[in-house]
Design a protein around this ligand. Structure first.
Ligand SMILES: [Zn+2]
Length: 247
């Protein structure tokens, strides 16, 4: 069983490293010790690792200099963007969707923690907008990996949640499947993918790791299956320094 997965479309860029841990990853990635082990395996130290305090919101944190790293302050955000080289940025997930966006011509990366609350607040589209408008990314060059998350097969919610998506748009409503008067299944992966496509991201630039975390409990942690004390998967990415770069 794999302990680390990679997105195929993001694997072959020398200037990008990324990984997604599974439940077979050695050590608990949610603890300082587990994170230290992760960094050591890539010969990095703790000051090169940014993990936001995830709050199921739509705040984006942009890492522009090392000050934030050295201040050791944990900031609340569900998306992190950086152009800085040699730092890892990451998000922790168990059912929520980890998303990695990379623009190879501008050399910028973003990681997103997207659960239903964040998706409802458009965290993925706000991050995309920031990349396009502030970071000058090109829509044709953006590559997006959407990792394992809870599938439409298992994400049954009450009407109070599914109605938020039904009311959002007729397209969003297509990803809600009522199962009874009070319950519905919501296809968050389908919705995120459709949102990116509607924003003109070419389909071939989007890779879905089509696993349901709740169905595939042999490979992933699932909050819904196992409760809040279950482990987490880490999606992490970094831009690498190349020999031509100015230090
Ligand atoms: Zn499932």
């Amino acid at each position: 069983m794999s302990s680390i997965l990679h997105f195929k479309i993001l694997k072959h860029f020398p200037q990008l490293s990324h990984c997604l841990t599974t439940r077979h990853y050695e050590g608990d990635i949610t603890t300082a010790r587990g994170q230290e082990y992760f960094l050591k395996s890539y010969q990095f130290d703790q000051s090169n690792f940014i993990l936001p305090k995830q709050v199921h919101g739509s705040e984006i944190q942009v890492i522009e200099d090392k000050g934030l790293l050295l201040s050791n302050k944990q900031f609340a955000a569900d998306a992190v963007i950086t152009k800085r080289k040699n730092i890892w940025i990451g998000v922790l997930v168990a059912d929520c969707f980890p998303i990695l966006i990379f623009e190879p011509s501008v050399n910028v990366i973003a990681v997103i923690h997207a659960g239903w609350r964040g998706i409802e607040q458009n965290i993925h589209l706000k991050t995309l907008k920031y990349l396009l408008e502030i970071m000058n990314c090109s829509i044709q060059h953006l590559l997006i990996g959407i990792g394992p998350g809870i599938g439409a097969c298992c994400f049954e919610v009450g009407k109070e949640v599914s109605d938020k998506f039904v009311k959002r748009s007729t397209i969003a409503a297509q990803f809600v499947q009522p199962v009874s008067e009070q319950k519905a299944l919501v296809d968050l992966r389908g919705l995120i993918t459709s949102d990116f496509m509607m924003a003109d991201i070419p389909l071939e630039n989007i890779e879905n790791m089509n696993y349901c975390t709740s169905c595939c409990s042999d490979l992933f942690y699932s909050y819904r299956n196992e409760g809040k004390n279950t482990g987490r998967m880490l999606l992490a990415a970094r831009l690498n320094e190349s020999s031509q770069d100015d230090k």
